[in-house]
Design a protein around this ligand. Structure first.
Ligand code: SAM
Ligand code: DTB
Ligand code: SF4
Length: 326
């Protein structure tokens, strides 16, 4: 029997979200321990394979041609550069590699053939593979699947109501359609959003409702907090209070008990105690490495120290194993 609640109401999600914080975290931790090893946090590394000059107008994004960030643009990179980055990611302790391209949609051209080759090569390095390339067709999804792509990332970003305040060049419906294409191809779905874009608590609840209502729910749920980027319309957005992030992580864990809940962009702006609370509430994946797609990430060394402090496993390199033994 499916345990997916496709009739989940906004009020049901709100009831969870607004429980006393420590009761909510306690329930999420219980759910986490029933479904996952609570001592393991999976590590992924990101690589931007095509950077900037994106035709979409996502108001948070450094890569949109509509925004004025001072980012250097770059055409689709060569296969060699991907092999180098993936090899380094693996020896640096990641077991998952995610490639992102600043495209509105995938086109059937030589670039797509090169991306397929990238996927084959990264998969052959024995890394879990994920890509986020914008909208894709059924045929493209099947080609990516056949090349060895495990997950396709496509985020809903926020609630249906707030979405139009953030992006106007692609609709919520377009996103749901792309997600259906991915799901039907047999690849795993990676779908989450961004918190701290000036949305209300009700919008955060609405986003989680949309994620948890999918049947089946996404196997992977990235929870990003806004990285404010100079030159974007959201550059001066007030910081999300940490307890809101913890609540969102906990509700995702309770409503999508088997999914990977990824504490994604924005960790650089968080305290270590705040991150610890997110791991307790069920987050079980991070991005490891000094860079996300275009923005800086926490340093790997500080994450090694954090994992040691919290007795967490998941950074798989020899140096870390030694450090943990000491
Ligand atoms: N162009 C593709 C797309 O949007 O479908 C893929 C790349 S896009 C950069 C991947 C995701 O990164 C976005 O959906 C968004 O959720 C997240 N993201 C982008 N900029 C961000 C920022 N400044 N802060 C937090 N998350 C961000
Ligand atoms: C996701 O939800 N977060 C990652 C991944 N999917 C591709 C991307 C975060 C990007 C953060 C901003 C940047 O580096 O440009
Ligand atoms: Fe383009 Fe993706 Fe950035 Fe939107 S989030 S502007 S689609 S790269």
């Amino acid at each position: 029997m499916s345990d997916v609640n496709t009739t989940l109401t906004r009020d049901e999600v709100a009831e969870l979200y607004r429980r006393p914080l420590l009761d909510l975290v306690f329930e999420a931790a219980r759910m986490h321990r029933a479904n996952h090893d609570p001592h393991v946090v999976q590590c992924s590394t990101l690589l931007s394979i095509k950077t900037g000059a994106c035709p979409e107008d996502c108001s948070y994004c450094s890569q949109s041609a509509h925004n004025n960030s001072d980012l250097d643009t770059e055409k689709l990179i060569e296969l060699d550069a991907v092999v180098k980055a993936a090899t380094e990611a693996k020896s640096g302790g990641a077991d998952r590699f995610c490639m992102g391209a600043a495209w509105r949609q995938v086109k059937d051209n030589a670039d797509f053939e090169r991306v397929l080759e990238m996927v084959r090569t990264v998969k052959a390095l024995d890394l879990e593979t994920c890509a986020t390339l914008g909208m894709i067709t059924k045929d493209q999804a099947e080609k990516l699947r056949d090349a060895g792509l495990d997950y396709y990332n496509h985020n809903l970003d926020t609630s249906p109501e707030y979405y139009g305040e953030v992006i106007t060049t692609r609709t919520y419906e377009d996103r749901l359609e792309t997600l259906a294409v991915v799901r039907n191809s047999g690849m795993k779905v990676c779908c989450g959003g961004i918190l701290g874009m000036g949305e209300t608590e009700d919008d955060r609840i609405g986003l989680i409702q949309q994620l948890a209502m999918q049947d089946p729910p996404p196997e992977s749920v990235p929870i990003n907090t806004l990285i404010p980027v100079e030159g974007t319309p959201l550059a001066d957005t007030p910081l999300l209070p940490w307890n809101q992030l913890v609540r969102a992580v906990a509700v995702c864990r309770i409503l999508m008990p088997k999914s990977m809940v990824r504490l994604s962009a924005g960790r650089s702006g968080m305290t270590e105690e705040g991150q610890a609370m997110c791991f307790l509430a069920g987050a079980n994946s991070i991005f490891l490495g000094d860079q996300l797609l275009t923005a800086p990430n926490r340093s790997k060394n500080s994450d090694v120290e954090l994992f040691e402090m919290l007795d967490l496993e998941g950074i798989n390199d020899a140096k870390t194993a030694e450090a943990i033994e000491v």
